[in-house]
Design a protein around this ligand. Structure first.
Ligand SMILES: Cc1cc2nc3c(=O)[nH]c(=O)nc-3n(C[C@H](O)[C@H](O)[C@H](O)COP(=O)(O)O)c2cc1C
Length: 151
């Protein structure tokens, strides 16, 4: 499962690239935008989930990730709400902004608070070095995805 939140299209195109590559490796990659809530259900997701999210405004989530971020920030959610969830996250941002990758960091923090487990360390891709960071993260993620390790 691949989920993206993107303001200007960069995170979306990276997510589409990973989906394409995953399919070339014989994997089924379900790709959705975070606001397409009828297409995914994290409450019942047992397959690994990869999040690709950018940050906009002054450290805000992209418009199409706003509701998702609001939902996972609800204080009524228990600390084991996502304990079944296995994820990796790539945050896109720009170090010229004060709140570098803030949306990715917020999602990351909440997933951890709610008991989700990472299967690969979060990547923070700065616009200036994005291609290198992304390439390394992407390749490793695909390999781990393929091996389904270490579930
Ligand atoms: C208006 C605007 C505001 C931004 N604000 C931030 C920010 O607060 N923190 C950050 O790390 N990056 C910020 N960025 C950089 C974007 O996150 C970065 O360019 C990213 O690659 C865009 O991905 P997207 O096309 O999927 O939205 C901002 C970019 C724009 C155009």
């Amino acid at each position: 499962m691949l989920l993206y939140g993107s303001q200007k299209g960069q995170a979306q195109s990276i997510a589409e690239g990973i989906a394409e590559e995953a399919e070339q490796h014989g994997l089924v990659a379900d790709l959705s935008c975070l606001n397409e809530t009828t297409k995914y259900n994290l409450e019942q997701e047992n397959d690994p989930v990869v999040f690709i999210v950018s940050t906009t405004g002054d450290g805000e989530p992209p418009d199409n990730a706003l509701q998702f971020v609001k939902r996972i920030k609800r204080k009524t959610l228990s600390t084991d709400h996502y304990k079944h969830l296995c994820y990796a996250l790539l945050a896109l941002g720009d170090t010229n902004y004060a709140n570098f990758c803030n949306c990715g960091k917020t999602i990351e923090r909440r997933l951890q608070d709610l008991g989700a487990k990472q299967f690969y360390a979060t990547g923070y891709a700065d616009d200036a070095h994005r291609h290198l960071t992304f390439r390394i993260w992407h390749l490793t993620c695909i390999i781990l995805f393929t091996l389904q390790a270490p579930f």
